[in-house]
Design a protein around this ligand. Structure first.
Ligand code: SDX
Length: 427
């Protein structure tokens, strides 16, 4: 097979090398295109454009495949735990028992958040959306940890990783505690990482809190399923911001803001709000499918469709199974789940969705489990961020270690040609 691609432009031919990945993906290396031809490419939303080579995650949207560092998401969700998978995603290998224990201990060194950060969160109204608070608080961490800005060597990088894993979850749960009017909890280094999430969220001074093991296991699996997803919107944002050598906290703060959007991570909250609206309106799934198909109706079937998966999102398959199990184990009979299943069954045979290859994505069922676990709806995307944190860290680390250039896309100008200034009295 030829190892080059030919572009013919205005009668001239230009030859570009091909890049082949370890899973036989092919890219045309156009890094010399403008120098050679004066032309650029145009690809809104980067649907066909690769920005980097990466060893972290492989996904095949046609086959519904997702792997972290070569391990299938099915095996990792079934056999691994979130801290172990975080280590794998960030450092590239499954940790030995000793490596995992050291990682947890090194994270525990940084789980105390500077007390003055409480003055910052106190400045927010209780009605502020947790994702906006989390983005701001994450950026504010830089003020108290300046060494996490320009990591110059492997040790500084490792410390930055552990600081981020240690502090992000704490401030993430503070966004809920603040909105609920509860005192802000401290991480408990005697508990596990995911168990701490529940302790930080729900422990009250009025009495001890013991996490339900079923809930811990369900959250651990959900966090694993969200850990990374190659160059999605928020991860690309983290890489873009980090490419200017802005620090890790600042880059992740930008990623939190990108994830907040309802077309991206905010979809898990939007799915629940959609299902509740359908339930309130009598539970007529067909009526809402018709709205989703109506070009004049802005309504979209949240939790459906994906930029890459044109087959079932493998995470949605796992989460759907977990939803049944968790609700049964917790003895929760949520009519919302039945509405979700009715929507899914109807959409999967409806030509509008089938022809556009729109299937349930990771966000379609996750909110149903979060609700059964007692998580408030406006915290769903914060949980997505906690799960995605190791992926953001891993991708930022890879971009910095590979010394990738600052991101700066081009454009095609379509505005006015040169024109002269017009004095005020002549306008
Ligand atoms: C995540 O990228 C990632 O990896 C993201 C993520 C991760 O782990 O990081 O997987 C997490 O963000 C999952 C996606 C969550 N978002 C939603 O569930 C929101 C609802 N879905 C969409 O808005 C949409 O499907 C996107 C944004 C997810 C994908 O949009 P694309 O790839 O840009 O596709 P498109 O908007 O161009 O749609 C193609 C067609 C259009 O119809 P036509 O113009 O061809 O007639 O499909 C239609 C769209 O109108 N369409 C939908 C639809 N999604 C697409 N119609 C109704 N309901 C929907 N949900």
């Amino acid at each position: 097979m030829s190892k080059t691609a030919i572009v013919e432009l205005e009668g001239k031919k230009y030859e570009f090398p091909l890049i082949e990945g370890s899973e036989n993906e092919i890219a045309i290396d156009i890094s010399k295109l403008r120098d050679l031809s004066g032309a650029i490419t145009m690809d809104p939303g980067y649907k066909n454009s690769g920005v980097c080579k990466s060893d972290i995650t492989f996904l095949d949207g046609e086959e519904g495949i997702l792997r972290y560092r070569g391990y299938s998401i099915e095996e990792l969700a079934d056999k691994g735990n979130f801290l172990e998978v975080s280590y794998l995603v960030i450092f590239g290998e499954l940790p030995t028992k000793e490596q995992l224990a050291k990682f947890q201990n090194d994270i525990n060194k940084y789980t105390l958040v500077n007390e003055e950060m409480k003055d910052i969160i106190d400045g927010f109204p209780r009605t502020a959306h947790p994702m906006g608070v989390l983005s701001c608080m994450t950026g504010a961490l830089t003020a108290f940890n300046p060494k996490v800005v320009n990591v110059e060597n492997e040790k500084e990088m490792y410390d930055a990783v552990c600081k981020t894993m240690g502090k992000f979850m704490v401030i993430a749960t503070w966004t809920y505690r603040k909105s609920a009017g509860f005192p802000l909890n401290y991480y408990d280094n005697t508990k596990g990482y995911v168990e701490n999430f529940l302790h930080l969220m729900f422990e009250l001074p009025t009495g001890p809190y013991s996490a339900n093991p079923v809930v811990v296991d369900a959250l651990d699996k959900l966090f694993i399923l969200h850990a990374d997803h190659e160059q999605n919107c928020s991860t690309s944002t983290v890489r873009m911001v980090g490419s200017s050598h802005a620090g890790l906290f600042a880059s992740i703060s930008a990623g939190v803001s990108a994830l907040w959007g309802p077309l991206h991570g905010g979809a898990n909250q939007a799915v629940l709000e959609m299902l509740e609206a359908i339930q309130k309106d009598g539970g007529d799934a067909d009526k809402y499918l018709a709205k989703a198909k109506d070009k004049d109706d802005p309504f979209r079937l949240m939790g459906f469709g994906h930029r890459v998966y044109k087959n079932f999102d493998p995470r949605a398959r796992i989460i759907k199974k977990a939803a049944d199990e968790v609700l049964r184990e917790l003895g929760v009979d949520d009519p919302i789940l039945q509405i979700a299943k009715k929507l899914e069954e109807a959409a999967l045979v409806d030509d509008y969705f089938v022809s556009r290859k729109l299937y349930p994505n990771v966000d379609f069922y996750s909110g149903i489990i979060y609700r059964a676990l007692g998580i408030p709806t406006d915290m769903f995307t914060v949980l997505f961020a906690i799960g995605r944190l190791p992926g953001w860290i891993a991708q930022w680390k890879e971009m910095r270690i590979n010394k990738e250039p600052i991101g700066r896309p081009r454009q095609i100008y379509t505005g006015h040609p040169l024109r002269s200034f017009v004095e005020m009295e002549k306008r």
